[in-house]
Design a protein around this ligand. Structure first.
Ligand SMILES: [Mn+2]
Length: 324
């Protein structure tokens, strides 16, 4: 059984109020189906559980946003990026939605969608945190992939592999309708970014991580130190005086636990390790927002319900569910 969290919130005054944005968007990659994740997660009862078991007051417009009204008629590749104007337009809208919740000092939960949507979510919370608290926030990025390719470094051109290059300012684009809306208020520092779970990192990404001294705990580190020590080191790097945005790609988990995802990679986190990360981030009292992305219920008939259940568990854990 579950009960409301007893952890005091350090950076949000309305910690029991949860702004929810459901994003049915798959344009940051090429596989259909990841846009169906929010409704699958909601049908599985995630919002009811958060309301009934964890006592959150849910602020959700009841919609699964697919932003069709914002999609451009024509969207040719740019610097190798696929569907750049669509991803830009969608994330710009999402950024405003997340900002509106975060500005009111609520906890924010975004259900994706592919990971390109983090350009919207993180820019929205980063802006709200700057305005409301006058400080920078940190991002914990749990993922098999580093998602920090600059457009020219990407082999696939899929923007879900690039969000962190734009969010850290390592990639820039002058063209107004292709992420030109991102301003300094939307960005995060490479010093405030921490990865957990990496195991499929491109060569150019490895170089970026090294050059910029970005804190990253790969599966090698999880094997070497254990998940307890890894999370401890990740949180120590961030420090206690910094709000945290947790961006959780379900492919951070091993395909054994989350097979229904676009780019599964073997050798990942167990579901317990994933829940443990989420529980520890909640315990800090510093969590202000969470994304759950890349659940794709259409990819595996057998594994879809397993993956959805895993996703629900990660969200509950981050929002205060405990084993005891
Ligand atoms: Mn990702």
């Amino acid at each position: 059984m579950t009960s409301p969290s007893t952890i005091p919130q350090k950076f949000i005054t309305k910690g029991n109020q949860l702004g929810v944005v459901a994003v049915g968007f798959s344009g940051g990659q090429c596989k259909q189906g990841v846009d169906a994740a929010p409704s699958a997660l909601i049908d599985a009862g995630i919002l009811n559980q958060l309301r009934d078991d964890l006592d959150y007051e849910i602020h959700h417009d009841g919609k699964i946003h697919n932003y069709t009204e914002f999609l451009p008629a024509s969207d040719p590749d740019h610097r190798g990026m696929k569907q750049p104007r669509a991803v830009s337009a969608v994330t710009e809208q999402l950024s405003k939605q997340v900002y509106e919740h975060a500005r009111e000092s609520k906890m924010v939960l975004t259900l994706g969608g592919d990971h390109s949507i983090a350009i919207g979510t993180i820019s929205g919370t980063a802006k709200a945190v700057r305005e409301r608290l006058g400080r920078e926030m940190a991002v914990i990025w749990v993922d098999a992939h580093a998602d920090i390719n600059r457009p020219e470094d990407s082999e696939s051109g899929n923007i879900h592999g690039m969000p962190l290059s734009f969010l850290t300012g390592l990639a820039k684009e002058e063209q107004k309708d292709i992420f030109g809306w991102l301003g300094p208020e939307h960005l995060i520092s490479t010093r405030k970014l921490v990865y957990i779970g990496l195991r499929d990192v491109d060569r150019a990404e490895k170089q970026l991580l090294r050059e910029h001294g970005i804190k990253a705990f790969s599966m090698h580190d999880v094997d070497k130190y254990g998940i307890g020590r890894v999370v401890e080191m990740a949180l120590a790097h961030i420090g206690q005086d910094t709000p945290i945005h947790l961006s959780f790609d379900v492919d951070g988990l091993d395909p054994q636990w989350a097979p229904s995802t676009g780019t599964p990679v073997r050798g990942g986190l167990t579901l317990r390790e994933g829940d443990f990360i989420a529980e520890c981030v909640h315990e800090t009292g510093s969590l202000i927002a969470m994304d759950l992305v890349e659940v794709n219920p259409s990819l595996e008939t057998m594994g879809a319900s397993e993956t959805i259940r895993a996703g629900c568990s990660l969200v509950r854990s981050a929002l205060g569910d405990t084993l005891l």
